[in-house]
Every structure is written in structure tokens, then in C-alpha cells.
Design a protein around this ligand. Structure first.
Ligand SMILES: NC(=O)c1ccc[n+]([C@@H]2O[C@H](COP(=O)([O-])OP(=O)(O)OC[C@H]3O[C@@H](n4cnc5c(N)ncnc54)[C@H](OP(=O)(O)O)[C@@H]3O)[C@@H](O)[C@H]2O)c1
Length: 283
């Protein structure tokens, strides 16, 4: 039997109570990891721990709000007191606000996302780094999104935060060069999770109305594969790479691909629409 990819490694997953984080926690556990589940709701985390407990003993619940430095520091201190090390950190906790950039709530929404998605990633990383530095080993994976490389209309706030995470991760990766700590970023496309259920259909960017969301398990598998191969950037599925390439050449070319995404022909050729939109499922 082949060796499990994360055997005996201590893996912290933030936002593990739901969606992509839950799927990733289950996948790490299946690959032999001792999985630490971090998010605000102890109750939801206990449910995921129960699922993992059905096939693994290595699971630990560490409730914390990533917008509180005090809670994050205390949760990570507990993990280190119990296990003595942290091998992998997946910064995945996040929320999203959708709507135009001149919406009355825009500034407040961006401030909230900045505090949770961006500074949450920074707080947990800063709490974990001293231990990883002592170990002279570790892997950090930060959650961004396809919109962290190419914004969509109505996703201006969320896209800005996802771009900010890309900038932070790029700097962090270079600062940690030679320390034994690897840093990666993941850019998933629209993914079928409870996050989508909170978005009103009329607020969604038009291209999203013709996109089939990918399953959370597919993002989790891409994360594990990318981490085990030490890939600095993970894009899942492959199709958004075309959009990112177009945007890197010229914003107008990027805009053109966004427009094409809404057409039947494009979505059929590139298999971005499989007869099901985000409205048809939310978990
Ligand atoms: N779904 C998509 O289409 C998509 C695409 C690309 C990237 N992403 C990113 O993927 C990540 C996970 O999203 P998802 O779709 O899986 O959403 P989800 O199902 O709503 O999960 C979000 C997770 O974040 C946790 N969380 C939220 N605020 C928190 C806080 N202040 N402190 C600690 N934990 C917090 C939630 O747990 P509690 O409520 O228990 O705190 C939950 O576990 C997000 O960063 C999102 O931006 C999502």
C-alpha cells in the first residue's frame, strides 16, 4: 500500500466547519494527518470532528475567530501545547460580500472582509510561524480565488481582498526562502459551498449565471496535491488559467474572456457549464 501523503503531520485548517475547509480537513485526515479544525463555531467543528473520528483518531477542535488576535494566539498555543508542532497551515476561513463598488455598504463590507479574509490569514500565519521557524520546516497554503487574478463586475470588494492575499503570499514566500517553510496560494473557481447560498442571484456577476460550480472536494484534492508537490500556485480547475493568461496579456483581453464566459459556445467548448448553476445546490 502506498504511503499516505500527510502521515503523522499536524495540519491546521481554518474555516474547517463548512465548505472547502471541511472537505480539506476530511481529505487531510484520510491522508493520515492529525487534523486541527479552526473556525468560530465549536458546535459545527465538533460535527466535522465526529465525521473524521469515524475513521481517524487524530482530530482536534480549536475554536477561534480569526478577526481576534487574542483568540487566534490562544488557539494556536493550545495546538502547540498538545502536539508540539504544526506541519501544515491552510488559511481558508473567509466570508464574501457581493455587489457593485458604489453600494452604500461597500466600504463596510470591504473592511469586514479585510479583517476576516486578509488579516485573518495574517494573524494565523504570524501565530504559527515561530513554531515553523523553530522546526525549520512547514507548509503554508493561503486561500485566494480566481477573482484574485481577474476581478468581475459586482465582485470588486471581494476581488480586492483576494488580490491583497496574493500580494501578501508572494512576499511571504520570498521572505521565507531558505527557512524550510514553503508557501503556496490556491485560486479556486466558483465552488459549491454554503457561501453561495447567501448571495442573491441578482447580485451575482453575469458570467457566474452560466458557470457550474465545482465540488468542494475537487478544491480540497487540488490543495493536497499542490501542497505535496510544493507548488507555489494552485489553480482549480484548469480553465481559469486561460482567463488569467488573457488578463496578464491585457485587461481588455481579460474582459473579452469574461464576456465569452457568458456565451453558450464558450461554455460548451471549455466545459464551464454542465447544466447546473450555483442556485441549484448550496452544500
Ligand atoms: N465558494 C466559492 O466559490 C469560493 C471560491 C474561491 C475561494 N473561496 C474561498 O474559500 C474559503 C472558504 O469558503 P467556502 O466557500 O468554503 O465558504 P463557507 O462554506 O461559508 O465556509 C467559510 C468558513 O470560514 C469560517 N469563518 C468565517 N468567518 C470566520 C471568522 N471570523 N473566524 C474563523 N472562521 C471563520 C466559517 O466557519 P464559522 O462560521 O464556524 O466561523 C466556515 O468554516 C473562503 O475564504 C472563500 O473566500 C470560495
Amino acid at each position: 500500500m502506498s504511503k499516505k501523503r500527510f502521515q503523522n503531520q499536524v495540519v491546521v485548517v481554518t474555516g474547517a466547519s463548512s465548505g472547502i475547509g471541511r472537505a480539506a480537513a476530511l481529505a487531510f485526515a484520510r491522508e493520515g494527518a492529525t487534523t486541527v479544525l479552526l473556525s468560530r463555531s465549536r458546535e459545527k467543528l465538533e460535527k466535522v470532528a465526529e465525521e473524521i473520528g469515524a475513521f481517524s483518531e487524530g482530530v482536534f477542535v480549536a475554536p477561534a475567530d480569526v478577526s481576534s488576535k487574542q483568540e487566534v494566539d490562544a488557539a494556536i498555543a493550545n495546538v502547540l501545547a498538545k502536539f508540539g508542532r504544526i506541519d501544515v497551515l491552510f488559511n481558508n476561513a473567509g466570508k464574501s460580500e457581493v455587489g457593485p463598488t458604489d453600494a452604500p455598504w461597500f466600504i463596510e463590507g470591504v473592511q469586514e472582509m479585510f479583517d476576516v479574509d486578509f488579516l485573518g490569514t495574517v494573524r494565523v500565519t504570524q501565530a504559527v510561524l515561530p513554531a515553523m521557524r523553530r522546526q525549520r520546516a512547514g507548509r503554508i497554503l493561503n486561500m485566494s480565488s480566481v477573482v484574485g487574478r481577474k476581478a468581475f463586475a459586482r465582485f470588486g470588494g471581494y476581488s480586492s481582498i483576494m488580490h491583497a492575499i496574493v500580494g501578501y503570499t508572494d512576499a511571504l514566500r520570498q521572505e521565507l526562502k531558505g527557512t524550510g517553510i514553503e508557501v503556496s496560494i490556491i485560486h479556486p473557481a466558483l465552488t459549491q459551498t454554503p457561501l453561495l447560498a447567501s448571495v442573491r442571484p441578482e447580485d451575482m456577476p453575469p458570467p457566474f449565471r452560466r458557470l457550474s460550480p465545482i465540488p468542494a472536494g475537487q478544491v480540497a484534492e487540488a490543495a493536497l496535491k499542490g501542497l505535496s508537490k510544493n507548488r507555489p500556485r494552485i489553480v482549480v480547475p484548469w480553465q481559469p488559467k486561460l482567463l488569467m493568461l488573457a488578463q496578464a496579456i491585457s485587461p481588455r483581453l481579460g474582459d473579452l474572456v469574461v464576456t465569452l464566459l457568458q456565451t453558450r459556445m464558450f461554455s460548451w467548448v471549455f466545459r464551464t457549464f454542465r447544466g447546473r448553476t450555483y442556485q441549484h445546490s448550496s452544500s
